[in-house]
Design a protein around this ligand. Structure first.
Ligand code: PLP
Length: 404
């Protein structure tokens, strides 16, 4: 059974006070808190296991390498990838997208097109702009409908024989929209385009199966999945990763180096130059184990219930307007209250120990679309409760009184 109090006990930070109040943490879209098992795994690595991976013959190097590779295997199972060498460790979602954009630009020519959408995080916009600038290809954008879902009719029209890559997020970090990625992938494949999915807001909330989904690339960050910062994953299909040139050159990624010619290592090492965040990768396994023990389906169900409750409570606040009202949503709520700047709400509720995000959430085009300076955002995780929602709503109403 899903016992949220038991879950909360595993997160030491939830016991702390902020401004003399119990912490209420609703900024999970920015990063999640970490359970004790993840904190222990990081500290245990430095206390007991520290050595570089894939190099030495000595005991500790073997141990660190085994544990590092065990995380890769765990992730392969977690997302049902076909091979474990299709899992590339990166610094995070941003790094994963840059890796693909960097490689892809050498496969593109003038006249080729890349499609993204209006609701993308800056991480899934800027690398493609850079890629287009260098390769001479063109960026196309799927517009948003008023409810924060993608205009799929427009997408159908954008797709053409010039489309080489479609890059969209699984879940919008600002609007909470769950995009119809299965449909996007199928339609893109019909015309021979590859698809990259930015899964930063999906990986700890929605069940993933790479073989069923058939995405060519899928990216996520450990720190939004109860894991450490500085670790991310690029999943890519073997045959497509093999067509990309390496991202960075250096140690670990080579087979043989001479001044005349260097040959590259095979997957996944070809894309893992230099010493990785070993302790972080090892601890990432503990966060996946935490998620798997709860069960992703149970997590989705619990968070959906909380999303519905929080949404209906926010709508009871006078002058509240939601951004992102699509039928398919994950646990992210963006809203504003008439006549009040989001920043002022954030500042006042912080005094009451409540962490919410205000601003553009690295999605300035969405702000432009709705013609607003920013939103207040509540983003949910598995340790949040209805009581916390009530505390937060009470605090927002108080802020509203103070500001009007
Ligand atoms: C957080 C986020 C990113 C960037 O992730 P980093 O961990 O900062 O690299 C990209 N896309 C979405 C949708 C995000 O929420």
């Amino acid at each position: 059974m899903f016992d949220v109090n038991k879950i909360r006990e595993q997160f030491p930070i939830l016991k702390r006070k902020v401004n003399d109040k119990d912490l209420v943490y609703f900024d999970n879209g920015a990063t999640t808190q970490k359970p004790q098992s993840v904190i222990d795994a990081v500290s245990n690595y430095y206390q007991e296991e520290n050595a570089n991976v894939h190099r030495g013959v000595h005991f500790l190097s073997g141990l660190a390498t085994d544990k590092f590779e065990a995380t890769r295997k765990t992730i392969q199972q977690f997302i049902s990838a076909k091979h474990n060498h299709e899992i590339i460790f990166t610094k995070g979602t941003t790094d994963s997208i840059n890796l693909v954009a960097n490689g892809f630009r050498s496969l593109l020519k003038k006249g080729d097109e890349i499609i993204i959408s209006e609701l993308e995080h800056h991480s899934n916009i800027v690398p493609w702009q850079m890629c287009c600038e260098i390769s001479g290809s063109t960026l196309k954008v799927i517009p948003l409908l008023d409810n924060g879902s993608l205009d799929m009719e427009n997408f159908n029209n954008l797709l053409s024989e010039n489309t080489k890559l479609v890059a969209v997020s699984h879940v919008s970090n600002t609007l909470g929209t769950i995009n119809p990625i299965k449909e996007i992938i199928e339609k893109s494949h019909l015309i021979g385009a590859k698809v990259l999915i930015d899964g930063a807001q999906a990986a700890s909330h929605i069940c993933l199966n790479m073989q069923e989904l058939d995405a060519d690339f899928y990216c996520f960050s450990a720190h939004k999945m109860y894991g450490p910062t500085g670790v991310g994953v690029l999943y890519g299909k073997e045959e497509i990763l093999n067509t990309l040139p390496p991202y960075q050159g250096g140690g670990e990624m080579i087979k043989e180096v001479s001044f005349e010619k260097t040959t590259y290592a095979s997957l996944p090492y070809k894309f893992e130059a230099g010493t990785p965040n070993i302790g972080g990768v090892i601890a990432f396994k503990s966060s996946i184990d935490f998620i798997r023990e709860l069960g992703v389906k149970n997590i989705t169900k619990y968070e959906d219930g909380l999303l519905q409750y929080a949404t209906s409570e926010i709508l009871k606040i006078e002058g509240a307007r939601l951004y992102g009202t699509s039928k398919n949503k994950s646990g992210i709520i963006s809203f504003n209250i008439k006549g009040i700047h989001p920043y002022d709400i954030g500042t006042i509720v912080d005094k009451m120990g409540i962490a919410i995000r205000t601003g553009h959430h690295c999605t300035q085009p969405i702000m432009k679309r709705y013609n607003i300076p920013g939103t207040v955002r509540i983003s949910l995780a598995v340790y949040n409760t209805k009581t916390e929602v009530d505390i937060c709503i009470g605090a927002i109403k108080k802020a509203q009184e103070m500001l009007s």
